[in-house]
Design a protein around this ligand. Sequence first.
Ligand SMILES: Nc1nc2c(c(=O)[nH]1)N[C@H]1C(S)=C(S)[C@@H](COP(=O)(O)OP(=O)(O)OC[C@H]3O[C@@H](n4cnc5c(N)ncnc54)[C@H](O)[C@@H]3O)O[C@H]1N2
Ligand code: MOO
Length: 407
Amino acid sequence: MAINVQTAIEIISNLTLDLNFEIIPIENATGRICAKEIFATSFLPKFDNSAMDGYAIIYEDKDNELEIIDTIFAGDNNNKLLEKNTCIKIMTGAKMPDNSTAIIPKEDVEELNDNKIKILKNVKEFQHIRYIGEDIKLDELLINIGDDINFSKITLLASQGISHIKVYKKPKVVVFASGEELKLHYEKIESFQIYNSNTPTFISRAKELGCDVVFIGQAKDTIEDIKTLVNNSLDADLLITSGGVSVGDADFTKEAFNQLNIETIFDGIDVKPGKPTVFGKIKNTYILNLPGNPLASALIFEMFGKILIQKLIGSRNIYSNYILGKLKDDFSTKKGKTTLIPGFFDGEYFEASQKRSAGMVCVLSSCNSMIIIDDKVEKLEKNCLIKILPINWKFFSDKKKDFLTHE
Ligand SMILES: Nc1nc2c(c(=O)[nH]1)N[C@H]1C(S)=C(S)[C@@H](COP(=O)(O)OP(=O)(O)OC[C@H]3O[C@@H](n4cnc5c(N)ncnc54)[C@H](O)[C@@H]3O)O[C@H]1N2
Ligand code: MOO
C-alpha cells in the first residue's frame, strides 16, 4: 500500500544508522561530515594586537608629542611597556604593549624631526585594538558532529593548528537499472532501443552528494540477472535501481527483490510522478527502487533519496529546507494528488517547467528547483508566495542582477 509523502519522509528521517568513521587530513576533508566535536584549543586572537600599522599609545597622552621608544613587528615577543609621553611603532597583528590603550594609524600622525610624533586626528580610547578571544574563545565548540566540512570550517581547523579530523566514511552506493530496451551510453544502439540515462544520472548525483559510487553495469530483464546484480551489491550501504517496479510483464525487479527476502519498508508513495517507488533493506543494504521513467525517478530521488543520503553521509541537516519565492504564472493541477513540480527560480519568481511528463529526460537540465503541491490544492494564483526546494544550488544567473540596492 502506498503511503503519503509525509510518512515516507518521516520513515527515512527516523532511520537509525550505524555509521563508520575515519580520520583524514583537513586538506582532504571538504564535502565530508564531522564525526567528533571540535573545540578551540586556543583563544583567537591569542593576545591583544594592533589592527593597524601605526603607533601604540596611552590614550591620556593623545594630545602630547610622543617619543618613539621601540618598534614591534607581528611575530615579535616584545614585552616593552609605554612610559608617559612615549609611543611604540607597531605593525598590524603585532602584540600590543600591555599598558597601551589605543593604536594610531600611521597616516594619522605627523612624524617630527626628533624621533617624535604628533597625532593629527581625534582618538577614541581602545581604537584599532583586536582583543584576545574576540574571534574565538578557548574551548568554544567550533564544529559539531554532523556539520558539513567546507572551506570555512577548514579555516577554523587550520587556525587552531588542527591537522586531522574525524569524519564519517563516505557511504558506498551502487547504481544499476533494468530493462531489456536499455543500452549504456557507450554501447551500440538499435532503433528499437534507448540509452540508459538513469544509471549515469544517479551515479553522478550520488557522487555530487558525497557518496562513493560503484557502477556494476546493467541488469537484463530476468529475475536471475537482477538477483545476481543485487547480490553483488550487498556490500553497499545503498543500492539505487530504476525501472521494473510497475506491473508490466517484464517488470521483474520486485520479484527478484522478494526472492532475496527484501524487508520492504514502504511500497509506493502517494505522489505524482513516481508513485511506484519501493524502499527496503536486504541485510545491511538499503534498497531504493525508483521508477524507470527518468523525470519521475529523478524527482523522487531529489525529494526522498537526498534525505536518505544526508543520513548516510552523517549530516545532521536532514530536513528539506525551502526558499520563499513568488509564483510566476497561475498554476492549476488535478486535485487529489500530491505533485512534484520542477521549475526554475530566478531569485524572485518560480516558473514551473512547461514540460514535465514523467518519461521525459530533458526537464531537469533547465530547472534548478521544485515545489511540492499537496493533494487539496487545485489552483495557485500568480504572485502567491510558494516554498521552493532547491535542487542544484549554485546561485548565479545568466542575467545581470542589482544586489546592491535594497528596498
Ligand atoms: N498499467 C500500468 N502501467 C503503468 C503504471 C501503472 O500503475 N499501471 N505506472 C506507470 C508509472 S507511474 C510508472 S513511473 C512506470 C514505472 O515503470 P517501471 O518502473 O516498471 O519502469 P519501466 O517500465 O522499466 O520503464 C518506464 C519507462 O522509463 C524508461 N526507462 C526505464 N529505465 C530507464 C533508464 N535507466 N534510462 C532511461 N529510461 C528508462 C523505459 O524505457 C520506459 O519508457 O510505469 C507506468 N506504467
Ligand atoms: O508516477 Mo510514474 O512515476 O508517472 O512516472
